[in-house]
Design a protein around this ligand. Structure first.
Ligand code: ATP
Ligand code: MG
Length: 573
């Protein structure tokens, strides 16, 4: 069917004038205000027509590039049987993010948070010989992860759309080739989506495997810390950064240990404000569940725990599980805000910076009380010591230790892993090599958060008036705003003609023929973020012109009717 103009009066432009109160970041606010999405439940959204158009474009670009890279599209079920997950071991390991359910026959299922198990089953059943390899299968599909803190709209949702691809090869070299092909495809995809994305070294987390990269859109609202060192072109998720033992040694103890009253102090910030001390003199105490007994982890108050490192503690439960508040109270006698390592009959593991503290301050294991002047070896036993904290700005670059890292925030829009044979071994997906031997296939997996990409694009492209879509994913490329569509036959005729000829030239056009005040229509066009706007009015038409405005630059020019298509082409991204 030929492309036709969309009429604003008949289109579900569910725009909002008010800024939604509970939306914390620009993309969430703008997606609601531009009528792209609506919340159905925590982390679960409707995509309304404008939003769905953008989403479809993102999907189309991803499909084109994956097809061009030799991947083949499939569609796997959202609902997956527990047995597959039991075979891979993840039924037990995945934790509470996995939404589990039981059917009428009491059989267990989950709603897929990812599809390694199911795709490995396809490979097990359909791939027999190395001659069929390499193979790369992908899908665009709805996932569910019961995120502990869904937030920022579709950025961290519970139900979301992911593109997930899986490569199969006979050996490691093949897997590495497949990985490189996908890495390049990702670079092209994010370029075409108009995103400034960067590949960074990553930890492969619960999916397993070793080599992995995340693609991040750098934005202040990002949830991940990205460590950068421009001197050696180093980029990695801060989680991956191991720290060398700190220079220097522990100072002499000078103070005696005391218990002080700290009413209503529950956090490190409150403690520092109350006692007027820097956080670097305090100790933060965390209690995690362990295989046999709880494990106490302590860090300097100004440092944060790196969960990946904490999972290396022997005997700790993985994935990490904080002890409950009541559990903590029965172990220590105090609420979580007043606990400390002195006098605890539990294993204490200290970060290597925390163990260098002398005369430090920590919870007293009595509500509303803290201890000051505490010293390792004197007031409590020397702890086990490990590298446990997250890297911070100024820490040494892992590649060039004499250079400091800087830290930026990033939104993870894609993730690629070399899985090796983890799933092919546990799920028995072998294929025959040229000597007729059955070998477990080498796999890679490659995800893009399709719905998250839409939000990330808005984080990178917006101003105080609304969204500024990159041309490639704009819901419509051109907005036509007639002034007096219902009053002037001339305005009406020319506006309809312009819209039709733009459509013929391949543009998608939103024609705002509602009987609204011009100011209202202009504000909505800005909010919707269409790259090009044409205003058709009687005054211009007298001279045979319309007003053209480029959303990104805000520049306005008068364009003769015959030159409209050229003007738009000249102002493309
Ligand atoms: P995150 O660290 O953000 O939780 P992840 O490491 O769990 O991500 P993967 O399992 O690698 O994510 O999933 C592939 C992609 O799916 C991610 O790169 C991200 O873009 C997207 N994604 C993951 N979780 C969510 C979510 N809750 N909402 C929207 N998109 C998500
Ligand atoms: Mg996650």
């Amino acid at each position: 069917m030929a492309n036709h103009p969309y009429h604003a009066s008949r289109y579900l432009l569910a725009t909002l004038k008010e800024t939604p109160a509970d939306a914390e970041i620009a993309s969430h606010r703008l997606m609601l205000r531009a009528g792209m999405i609506r919340r159905v439940a925590a982390g679960v959204y409707n995509w309304l027509p404008v939003g769905h158009r953008v989403l479809s474009k993102v999907q189309a670009i991803i499909r084109e590039e994956l097809n061009a890279a030799g991947a083949q599209e499939v569609l796997m079920p959202a609902v997956q049987p527990a047995e597959l997950w039991q075979q891979s071991g993840r039924w037990k390991d995945y934790g509470p993010e996995l939404l589990r359910m039981t059917d009428r026959h009491q059989r267990e299922f989950c709603f897929g948070p990812t599809h390694e198990e199911v795709v490995t089953m396809i490979a097990r059943n359909e791939i027999r010989s190395y001659r069929q390899l390499p193979m790369n299968l992908y899908q665009v599909q709805t996932k569910f992860r019961d995120e502990i803190r869904p937030r920022f709209g579709v950025m961290r949702a519970r139900e979301f759309i992911m593109k997930d691809a899986y490569s199969f090869d006979l050996d490691r070299e093949g897997m590495e080739r497949a990985y490189e092909i996908m890495r390049r495809a990702y670079v092209r995809i994010f370029e075409r989506l108009g995103l400034d994305a960067r590949a960074v070294a990553a930890d492969s987390g619960a999916i397993g495997g070793s080599v992995s990269h995340e693609f991040h859109v750098l934005a202040d609202s990002g949830e991940d810390g990205i460590a950068l060192c421009d001197a050696v072109d180093f980029a990695a998720n801060v989680e991956t950064i191991d720290l060398p033992a700190p220079a220097g040694s522990r100072p002499e103890a000078r103070e005696t240990m005391q218990v002080v009253d700290t009413p209503n102090v529950h956090t490190i910030d409150e403690l520092c404000a109350f006692l007027d001390v820097p956080a670097s003199r305090t100790l933060k105490t965390l209690v995690f569940e362990g295989e046999h007994e709880p494990v106490v982890v302590v860090l300097r108050g100004d440092h944060e725990l790196n969960g990946v490192k904490a999972e290396r503690i022997e005997g700790i439960t993985t994935p990490l599980r904080m002890a409950s508040a009541t559990g903590i109270e029965s172990l220590t006698g105090a609420e979580p805000g007043s606990i400390g390592p002195v006098g605890l009959k539990l294993r204490v593991i200290a970060d290597q910076d925390a163990v260098l503290l002398a005369d430090f301050i920590c919870g007293a294991n009595e509500n509303d009380k803290h201890r000051t002047g505490v010293n390792w070896g004197r007031d409590l036993p020397e702890p086990e010591v490990m590298d446990l904290r997250k890297a911070v700005e100024g820490d040494p670059c892992p590649t060039a230790p004499d250079k400091p890292i800087t830290i930026r925030r990033g939104i993870e829009v894609g993730h690629i892993f070399q899985l090796g044979t983890k799933y092919s071994e546990s799920l028995d997906a072998t294929c025959l090599d040229d000597a007729g031997r059955a070998r477990p296939m080498f796999m890679g997996c490659y995800g893009i958060g399709v719905t998250r990409v839409v939000a990330a694009a808005i984080e990178q492209h917006n101003d105080e008036n609304g969204i500024i879509w990159p041309e490639s994913i704009a819901p419509f490329q051109v907005g036509v705003v007639p002034i007096g569509y219902h009053k002037s036959d001339e305005v009406r005729r020319v506006s309809d003609e312009i819209a039709a000829s733009l459509c013929e030239a391949g543009y998608e056009v939103l024609l705002d023929e509602r009987n609204e005040r011009p100011g209202v229509m202009f504000a909505e066009m800005d909010l919707l973020g269409l790259p090009h706007r044409l205003v058709v009015g009687e005054r211009g038409l007298k001279n045979g012109t319309v007003e053209y405005r480029k959303r990104r630059s805000g520049e306005t020019i008068e364009v003769p009717l015959d030159d409209i298509i050229t003007a738009i082409g000249d102002n493309a991204d």
